[in-house]
Design a protein around this ligand. Structure first.
Ligand code: SAM
Ligand code: SF4
Ligand code: SF4
Length: 370
């Protein structure tokens, strides 16, 4: 069967609607060129943040002159809901809201309410979650839960207050985030996960204290290898601490044993404390690529569909939405774009195939949301 794949040439132009009128009925399984289904959608609801994490939004780049998206460029909450609904009809069962800092988006609770009402083709509710730096959670946890959020992931890179303030570079205290985690747990946003990005030489001394702190707490702590996302964080392989070292360091204090993955597409490898104090996860995006199971699509704040965290360009779904495309037309475009997907950056990292040209800058983490 011949497929007309929408060319990935110019992120600013509108991907043409399928002219072959091969408008497909929403179906349960759309496979990409490497046979990977479309299962997860990450939606970035803002490109702005109240933190300036050194590995994500270095202050020297993301300063007062940085060209953040103007308000009119953002997908409205109704537009996000419509696109989410069409993705769900194509097989997406899990949606993660992210950013920038998603809790900075006005009326995020309204969006959550709408997304929580969506059902998969099998009639199941979505696994609806959100990744946050935690700074606004104390204030917002109850409203998020009431709106229908299932659970939450909080980012925290250190327990040492001075180090944490240096890493977020916006003078937020560790206690702000710990209070947010407690508030989320208290309202039942569970199971709660905490993400720690490990940067060798910066916060790797915090691995064991973090593990100790979250043992027996019901929180799953996950260690993320520092990644070369975007072009502004000055990433260097020497600053990546392999997950195997993280596991070894914790295991020396608190013995660990491997656990089975929940699903084939799970990004984290699970380890359980032998003494029953809970589990941790390691996300080895650099040293153990998991592209083969990558079922994630990413929708940017301005409505571009990205097929990989390391992509340079995205497909402009907002243009389709604002130019009056029908649900069927947008669904067909999503399916066609996904069917043409062959991205596997982490597997190819370092090869010529992954070196972007000067014109193709990889998107920033704060724009696409991780
Ligand atoms: N602001 C929210 C937060 O920090 O949780 C959501 C957006 S943030 C971009 C999503 C996740 O990406 C966070 O857990 C953050 O620590 C992680 N992240 C950002 N830059 C990264 C990098 N270069 N390597 C690995 N993880 C990174
Ligand atoms: Fe903001 Fe999250 Fe990036 Fe930190 S990691 S700067 S909190 S978007
Ligand atoms: Fe998925 Fe791209 Fe990450 Fe591979 S590099 S796991 S394809 S987002």
């Amino acid at each position: 069967m011949s497929r007309r794949i929408i060319p990935l040439t110019d992120a600013r132009s509108l991907p043409p609607l399928p002219t072959t009128a091969r408008v497909r009925k929403p179906q349960r399984l759309v496979l990409d060129a490497l046979e990977r289904p479309l299962r997860d959608l990450r939606i970035s609801v803002t490109d702005r943040c109240n933190f300036r994490c050194v590995y994500c939004m270095p202050r020297a780049v993301f300063d007062k002159d940085y060209p953040f998206l103007p308000h009119a460029a953002l997908l409205t909450l109704e537009e996000i809901e419509r696109l989410a609904r069409l993705f769900v009809a194509q097989g997406v069962g899990k949606i993660r809201l992210t950013g920038g800092e998603p809790l900075l988006r006005k009326n995020i609770e309204f969006l959550i309410e709408r997304l929580a009402a969506l059902r998969t083709p099998d009639g199941e509710p979505l696994d609806l979650t959100l990744t946050t730096n935690g700074s606004l959670l104390t204030r917002k946890a109850r409203a998020l839960k009431d709106a229908g959020l299932t659970r939450v992931t909080v980012s925290l890179d250190a327990l040492d207050d001075a180090l944490f303030r240096r890493m977020n570079d916006a003078d937020f205290a560790v206690s702000d985030v710990l209070d947010g985690i407690e508030a989320a747990q208290a309202v039942g946003l569970a199971p709660l996960k905490v993400n720690m990005v490990v940067k060798r030489g910066t916060n790797d001394q915090e691995i064991v204290p973090m593990a100790r702190h979250f043992r027996n707490s019901g929180v799953t702590l996950r260690f993320i290898e520092y990644m070369d996302v975007g072009t502004s964080n000055g990433w260097n392989m020497t600053e990546v601490l392999p997950s195997a070292d993280v596991v070894a360091r914790i295991d020396a204090h608190y013995p660990l044993a491997p656990l089975e993955a929940h699903t084939a597409a799970e990004t984290a490898q699970r380890w359980g404390y032998v003494d029953g104090a809970g589990e941790i996860g390691v996300i080895s995006s650099v040293t153990r690529a998991f592209c083969g199971n990558c079922t994630r699509a990413r929708l940017s704040t301005e409505g571009k569909l990205y097929l990989c965290l390391f992509a340079s360009m995205g497909y402009d779904l907002r243009a389709l939405v604002r130019n009056g495309a029908t649900d069927e037309g947008i669904s067909a475009a999503i399916a066609q774009i996904w069917e043409g997907r062959a991205d596997r950056y982490s597997q190819l990292r370092g090869s010529a195939a992954t070196t972007p040209s000067a014109a193709e800058r990889r998107v920033e983490m704060s724009y696409i949301g991780g």
